[in-house]
Ligand binder design. Sequence first.
Ligand code: ADP
Ligand code: MG
Length: 874
Amino acid sequence: MATVRPRGHGDMRAAARTPRRPVPKKPSNPSLKDPVGVYCRVRPLSRPDQECCIEVINETTVQIHPPDGYRIFRNGEYRETQYSFKEVFGTLVVQKKLFDVVAKPLVEDLIRGKNGLLFTYGVTGSGKTHTMTGSPGDGGLLPRCLDMIFNSIGPFQAKRFVFKLDDKNGVDVQCEVDALLERQKRDAMPVPKTPSGKRQIDPEFADMINVQDHCKVEDVDEDNVYSVFVSYIEIYNNYIYDLLEEAPFEPIKPKPPQSKILREDQNHNMYVMGCTEVEVKSTEEAFEVFWRGQKKRRIADTQLNRESSRSHSVFIIKLAQAPLDADGDNVLQEKEQITLSQLSLVDLAGSERTNRTKAEGNRLREAGNINQSLMTLRTCIEVLRENQMYGMNKMVPYRDSKLTHLFKNYFDGEGKVRMIVCVNPKAEDYEESLQVMRFAEMTQEVEVARPVDRALCGLTPGRRLRNQAFQEELSRKLEMRGGPINEETEEQSVAEMFLQSLPPLPSCELLDINDDQTLPKLIEVLEKRHKLRQMLSEEFAKNVLAFKTMLQEFDSSVVAKENYLQGKLSEKDKTIARQKTDVERLEKKIKTLEYKIEILEKTTTIYEEDKRNLQQELESKSQKLQRQASDKRRLEARLQGMVAETTMKWEKECERRVAAKQLEMQNKLWVKDEKLKQLKAIVTEPRNEKPERPSRERDREKPVQRSVSPSPVPNAPPVRLRHRRSRSAGERWVDHKPPSNLPTETVMQPHVPHAITVAAASEKALAKCDKYMLTHQELASDGEIETKLIKGDVFKTRGGGQAVQFTEIETLKQESPTGRKRRSSPSNPDPAEDATDSAWTDVETRCSVAVEMRAGSVLGPGYQHHAQPKRRKP
Ligand code: ADP
Ligand code: MG
């Protein structure tokens, strides 16, 4: 028989994957499509007095009508709608009937290596779980499927761990030795601890698997071996959780379950990555696993305050099968001969809309998500239908939810899809049931590619049978001979059999000489015996030969097996040796690391010690610093106090000294005044004869009086006065005082009577006056302010303007008492004498010397004179 299995070119692994979809995908026959099988189950009302809105019309039709309070009249007619399905199951239909019609074909397909998907759809409380799982004492489709599978493949199951699922949605066959090792490992392992500590099925569950149906697939390929793997996942809030994952039990703070992700295998089939897949060998075991997941689901519901009706649960049954070898003894190790098929049983979340459950907050969001995945399912179905009906090529949004993404390949590739729509006929569910019906009717219009029939094995059938027949024959023969196989007894019995089969020897006594009968008879018998002997020896030789060849064959096979095992053993030995060296290396590494750790720990302690010391030092230093800072502050305060005190003292001292000096100077001034008066008297003495002395001269003398001591010599030569035009006593002055001048605090201030004081030279003022005086200030070389009174006469110019001819400069200067000595002549040690001398000399000079000065000439710095004002006359 030819193999029609798709095989990867040179890639054995690829071929060992599930045969769901050939790569590249090419539908075997595009016209061979089946619509999604949609069935409807109407559950009985919970109470007989409930109002009913759904009636089963016949085997394929239901009728739904609005409840009393909800009646819609259209054109005066009472509106009721009928929906048709592949089959409708009324309230009285039992689980078995449903199973026979809906699920049995899927199980048959599974065993023939084809995939199937069965899901229940409907609002909460409509009987989805009752249909899928069942109720106590009334097992649903799931336990019945398991029961049928094990009833069918029961005697042909492979030993545990012969098949091994990999983590890429594929399957391998392990050699007997590896499988045996794994079995031993499993047996040695303690039973994993579950929170409850026991691993028995709830009596309630045990009840459900007690199906007692004995339903089985009749034409199971007996030359194959089979293994069943189950996994159980839950999709909640668009997250996938593995319900069989063995998480370490943490009683105090249980960890929240970790969600799983979807992956696509080489054949574009979706699978849950890292999902636990348990190999099961009986219905009980499989259901125990299911119950474990169910329990976990319930715990999650209570712990995380979830609503179980809002999650989709998916129970996946995978069936691996591979043919036996030509003798029917061992599983064929060729990977391309392995077939993996799967049946997914899905109990969907309640399809009701959110407002019905009055969900709030988190629950509302969850409900939204659940509705979202069901909505996506609806959208996908709708798009599929449109694409198929109208030849469109719209993208089906499988990826929008985990639920549709997981089952994408069923709609996209090939497989059998069946849906059971559950409805509760009660009036309250009318609207939701209507929605459910509409969706279900639409789903029927979607077609899915029919799975291809594949020959599962390319070898001559009946290997297992022939082998079995041979074994039976052998045991029968042995039984016939009685007792256990014993070489001696066997030899005896063979000899007996041989003797029995010989023709009996006639009597060979010759009583009569003429007896011509006995000898010929004897000869005849002996000849017969001889012939028999020859035949037997020929047979024996033949048998010996056959036996020898058999023995040789056996020997060679034993040798081959031995060699194989030896090879394996040496391989294992090598691995062990390798691992040993690895372990040694790692141990060495551990030792060095430990040594390093020790050193590091020591270094750490040293550093810590250092750190502590440094910190202490730092603390003491900072304390010292603080102390010093406070000391400094105190010292500053004290110094400031001292400075203030000293300043005050010195200020007082200065004031005292200034006052003393002022007094002294006043006294000196008074003396000088007196002397001047005397000098004046002397000077005016001869004038007594001419009493009218020009008043101008007098006026001019005035400022000088302030600072010049009169000549102590009474008979000093008279001053040769230059002739000036006479002026009336009321001559007017322009007193020009620039505003920038500083007030000098000299005791004697220049005073000009009848003056027009101006801040800036003004022609108007000049026109009215005939004398001009500018008060000019500048900084002398000793840093004191020097005031100069620059005087001049005012003339009328020919052009009608005014011109000033400067005639004299009077210098007024203050001096510090300490600076005086410096400027005085060092040859004269007596300052008083010096003062008098200079005063005298000055007065003398002033009186006798007149310096001619050109009017309007520029006054240079050479005109500075110290110690007293000087008058220069042009
Ligand atoms: P769902 O899973 O859709 O929320 P359940 O399967 O949990 O609903 O059903 C709710 C209740 O109705 C359960 O107690 C179940 O035993 C009962 N029930 C549902 N369908 C049937 C049926 N066909 N016959 C008898 N009882 C049913
Ligand atoms: Mg349910």
